[in-house]
Design a protein around this ligand. Sequence first.
Ligand code: MG
Length: 388
Amino acid sequence: MTEPKRVAILGSTGSIGTQTLEVIRQHFSDFQVEVLTAQNNADLLIEQALEFIPNAVVIGNEALYQKVKEALIPKDIKVFAGQKAIAQVVEMETIDVVLTALVGYSGLIPTIHAIKAGKQIALANKETLVVAGEIITALAKEYGVNIFPVDSEHSAIFQCLIGEFHNPIEKIILTASGGPFRGKDREFLKSVTKAQALKHPNWEMGAKITIDSASLMNKGLEVIEAKWLFGLKTEQIEVVVHPQSIIHSLVQFEDGSLKAQLGLPDMRIPIQFALSFPDRLKNDFERFDFLNYPNLTFEQPDKKTFRNLQLAFDALAMGGNAPCILNASNEIAVAAFLREEVGFLEMSDLIAETLAKAEFIAHPSLEDYIGTDLRAREITQELIQKNK
Ligand code: MG
């Protein structure tokens, strides 16, 4: 029997983090939890650490350090605090794979540290590739590190490519559920509430990605993520709305043949595969039954109503730091929408204005990306204040 893979989970108390622990709970002989990190949810972090007994935990919010430390020191679990500690802990020698489930831009620096330490990456944090895909993919190559996608669409494409890595891709088709507002017009979207936007029809996810799904920004970010993961040109990436979320994405090869990966919308499957590759491990998750889904349907995405998807394609076409501007502005816009300070459609206006205002850099360095992220956040924030 092979040794269990030692896993660090960045963001263990979020939706992806808790589902990763569910996967590990079913496969204790395959995986061992080495590190857990959380930003604010100290209670759940402590509970998880007492169950999985990792080597170390990190609480991002330093004010919660004492609480976590007092709970875990008797179990001989190392406790650290702060953002720097999250970036450092991934370098620990006893880690084989780092699953990055942090929210948004915050995943970037820890992922860079993990790659430089030679750790395999299970990437749930798509924003890392959106912000700095060129740097991340170049680093992964340099350090001989694999990036296994956790995002269900990208996992689907990766699964379709197994055995085909030498065959050129003609195009990929990313499927989108369309979110809770599929088929609605701009008049309707003008007045939708936070509660309506947080009700996703198929997937249970964190707040940020759920709003992104409702606005189709999530699909836009996934288009950019796919470009970097699979080395594609923008013209090779298509989006089709598939409301049942059963076909998770498709690859079309140069002979016209299409391969797809199907299953119930259950994030535990792509999480498990990102950790277990190249093996498939047995589990007791619910199985798909065609008879429950007599109709699998497909539609064109409405990029005029859901402008965010168009903005993401535009940013990708611009290249340079434009996707980084798009992402930073979106994070601020989503946070403002969740505070009920801006309306649903205004999020796209803010992002478009920020893209027009922020300085464009064609060949950004890591420092440029960090500066761009800060500046784009400021611009969007100023626009929100001005419109109040
Ligand atoms: Mg996805």
